[in-house]
Design a binder for this molecule. Structure first.
Ligand SMILES: [Zn+2]
Length: 499
């Protein structure tokens, strides 16, 4: 079968209806692991945070971590789920070298939280994403393949296993299939993961950093012709950023459409997202639930959260991000449309923190949505990873407000900050970028410009104030742009008696 070139996205959504689903894993920030007392700190020496339980040694017995159960219930409540009054852990059996027990303790047909929803905003529409389940499980260890060029097993000369991560509590959040979003499907997927991340962060139960793997996302996608049953879905893994979530859905829709257009069928399989090319590649064929031979874990007692405790947790829930954003919008005095640009840029918390560091809301918004958003776009980075912090931006704006930097100079300073040259003050000092505010030096430069352009100077003296622009330009050139144009102009006009 030959696969035709990918048709345009608009044509795809005219012929097919996408159905998406998202499975998100969140590593909880508990002090200890899910079923033992080992610490969970990131970045420790390999295999130093292990014990007989998380190494799966014979005779060891797991005990569930209450803080992890509490965090999972709070996530479930934030996602409008029902909390099970009784549920169990199950063994998911499969072999993987970084999983020492050769089964993972998870939850199967009795999850802790079920049947919720999350509303997300996409292009002014509210889309309700159904939540099928929120369950609790344990993470696996990590395998490192050494000696090869790519860090993959192919070409490696040896493989090492680090069990520090084995047994860290993981929450899995599974959506119901999301249909009817058409061309918006990729954006809905991204908006959902963004909103989910913000909610979990507001609960303080995980740092939800995609690039560090504490939030991981698998994206299910299928296409069907209008009126037909839903198509066969594929599951895309390795989706490591919000932007990639959107790209993965889009590229999988394009790929599946070209297969279907050519009369082919979609194979149910796991695919891997390729960060560099933005497309997906075939992985293993997808296991069915029966392949895992689930059964209730006989080593663990069932979970039966006290309804009074659940009510207590419910009463203590923090302000949801949506409500929080609305409050910020009012404080900042901006329109809903402007707020939407802030949200789309992923800049809400950055601007909030910049304002907290002393900048005005307008100035904070200007930097994050202007210069810094442009840079993030150019490099494909998330705004928060662009290299400048809210404290940097607030400091930069303070220098502008104090008259030590012009807007133009400030942009140059920001370049230095983003390049890792230090704080704005350090960049100013290192590059000698401070505004020439020494009136003596400035007056000398103005007088030189007047002397060098007698005709222009005469015009200004005769009342043609607009001609002063040429003199301002000459002074700015002489001071290498480090003078404040407004001050220069005032100085020129006063020297020429035009004010
Ligand atoms: Zn342990």
């Amino acid at each position: 079968m030959t696969i035709t070139a990918p048709p345009e996205f608009e044509q795809v959504v005219a012929r097919y209806e996408p159905v998406i689903g998202l499975e998100t894993h969140v590593e909880l920030g508990t002090n200890t692991k899910m079923f033992c007392g080992c610490p969970t700190e990131f970045g420790a020496e390999p295999n130093t945070q292990v014990c007989p339980v998380c190494l799966g040694l014979p005779g060891s017995l797991p005990v569930a971590n209450k803080a992890a159960i509490e965090a999972t219930i709070r996530i479930g409540l934030a996602l409008n789920c029902s909390i099970a009054s009784w549920c169990r852990f199950a063994r998911k059996n499969y072999f993987y070298p970084d999983m020492p027990k050769d089964y993972q303790i998870s939850q199967y047909d009795e999850p802790l939280c079920v049947d919720g929803y999350l509303d997300v905003e996409v292009e002014g529409q509210t889309v309700r994403v159904g939540i099928e389940r929120v369950h609790l499980e344990e993470d696996t260890g990590k395998t490192l393949h050494l000696g090869g060029a790519t860090g993959r097993i192919h070409g490696a000369t040896e493989s090492l296993v680090d069990y520090n991560r084995a047994g860290i509590p993981l929450v899995e959040i599974v959506t119901k299939p999301v249909a009817g979003t058409g061309a918006l499907a990729p954006e809905v997927a991204r908006a959902y993961v963004t909103e989910l991340r913000d909610i979990i962060r507001s609960l303080g139960v995980s740092d939800v950093r995609m690039e560090q793997g504490s939030l991981r996302c698998d994206v299910n996608t299928s296409l069907n012709r209008p009126g037909d049953d839903w198509g066969t879905r594929t599951e895309t893994k390795n989706v490591n950023s919000l932007r990639s979530v959107e790209r993965a859905v889009r590229s999988e829709m394009l790929r599946q459409a070209s297969v279907l257009d050519a009369g082919g069928t979609i194979t149910q399989e796991t695919r891997h997202f390729q960060e560099d090319t933005g497309d997906t590649r075939s992985g293993r064929s997808k296991e069915e639930a029966t392949d895992y031979r689930y059964f209730p874990d006989p080593d663990l007692v069932p979970l039966a959260p006290d309804p009074a405790w659940v009510e207590e947790l419910k009463a203590a829930m923090p302000e949801p991000p949506r409500v929080h954003r609305e409050r910020l919008r009012e404080q900042w005095g901006i329109s809903e449309l402007d707020m939407q640009s802030v949200i789309n840029a992923g800049a809400v918390e950055l601007i909030e923190a910049t304002v907290a560091a002393g900048a005005s809301p307008d100035a904070a918004r200007k930097w994050w949505l202007g210069e810094l958003a442009r840079r993030a776009n150019e490099t494909g980075a998330e705004l928060a990873e662009v290299g400048a912090t809210p404290a940097h931006v607030a400091e930069l704006q303070r220098l502008v407000d104090e008259g030590k930097l012009t807007d133009k100079l400030a942009r140059t300073v920001l370049e230095g900050v983003v390049a890792g040259e230090g704080s704005p003050a350090e960049v100013v000092a290192a590059r000698g970028l401070e505004v020439v505010s020494d009136t003596g030096a400035l007056t000398a430069a103005v007088d030189e410009a007047i002397a060098a352009n007698p005709d222009v100077a005469q015009k200004v003296r005769d009342g043609k104030v607009a001609a002063a622009g040429a003199l301002v330009g000459a002074v700015m050139k002489a001071t290498r742009g480090q003078a404040d144009a407004k001050t220069v102009r005032e100085l020129i006009l006063s020297r020429l008696g035009a004010v």
